[in-house]
Design a protein. Structure first.
Length: 101
């Protein structure tokens, strides 16, 4: 199993239409055929000093293996998302991990 966790800090000055554009773009990533499972969310209301809550959106994708992840990285839907939505964030942080299913 290969887990791709992506955290986005969206610009503070986005219009409602731009937020909607981002949300549609990130949701489309879950439909890529090599994605085994996907989740999009916002920071939980938990509040402990160790928890990072500064991000705006989280994208967690699970792939069968690294080969599937690599195919995702060059998929046209992913390329379109980066091209159209990258101006909407100020920071993105990615954590990739592997493990047993």
């Amino acid at each position: 199993m290969f887990v791709h966790a992506v955290y986005f800090w969206l610009r503070n000055d986005l219009t409602a239409a731009e937020v909607k554009q981002f949300d549609a773009g990130v949701a489309a990533l879950r439909s890529i055929e090599v994605v085994h499972a996907g989740y999009v969310g916002v920071p939980a209301a938990t509040n402990r000093p160790i928890i990072e809550r500064g991000y705006t959106r989280a994208l967690i994708l699970v792939f069968k293996d690294e080969k599937a992840h690599d195919a995702y990285q060059v998929h046209p839907v992913h390329d379109r998302f980066r091209a159209e939505c990258s101006p909407l964030w100020t920071k993105v942080q990615i954590f990739d991990s592997v493990g047993d299913e």
